[in-house]
Write a protein that binds this ligand. Structure first.
Ligand code: AMP
Ligand code: ZN
Length: 136
């Protein structure tokens, strides 16, 4: 078993445990990109979002709001980002995990949402929609 998160869940590698139930394990991200940065993972080894089955997804996401609210109460952030990296956008551990990142006025996390609305016509949205629906 060379998955680092499976080893954390098994207790073979130490972690700062935030929460645990039968299906889910949450712990402090060692990097603490922002204060309170927490990872929520299924106990079952699943590589990434593409492989997440309905039950496992339910278990993981059911645990997220209570932890988010604990972070809110603990650190009074200005808000919070829920992030998952699947494959190229920086997936460094191949065991599905969501990052809970409390946000602060002066933090280092550079996430930028550019508003591209003006450069899209109705036909562009419809073409995008069609591509997705063909593959659902
Ligand atoms: P990602 O880049 O989305 O795959 O996230 C993996 C995260 O796991 C990174 O933010 C790492 O800091 C974190 N990480 C790696 N090893 C450990 C560890 N032993 N304990 C806690 N967090 C870890
Ligand atoms: Zn694993």
């Amino acid at each position: 078993m060379d998955c680092i998160f499976c080893q954390i869940i098994a207790g073979d590698i130490p972690s700062y445990k935030v929460y645990e139930d039968d299906h889910v394990y949450a712990f402090l991200d060692i990097s603490q990109v922002t204060e309170g940065h927490t990872l929520v993972v299924p106990k079952q080894h699943v590589k990434n979002l593409y492989d997440l089955d309905e039950k496992t997804a339910t278990h993981v996401f059911r645990a997220v709001p209570p932890i988010a609210n604990a972070l809110k109460r603990a650190f009074a952030p200005i808000g919070l980002n829920l992030i998952n990296n699947t494959e190229r956008p920086h997936q460094s551990v191949d065991h599905f995990h969501v990052h809970l990142l409390p946000r602060y006025e002066q933090d280092d996390l550079g996430i930028r949402f550019t508003n591209n609305q003006a450069s899209h016509e109705q036909e562009d949205y419809l073409a995008i929609l069609e591509k997705i629906k063909e593959n659902l």
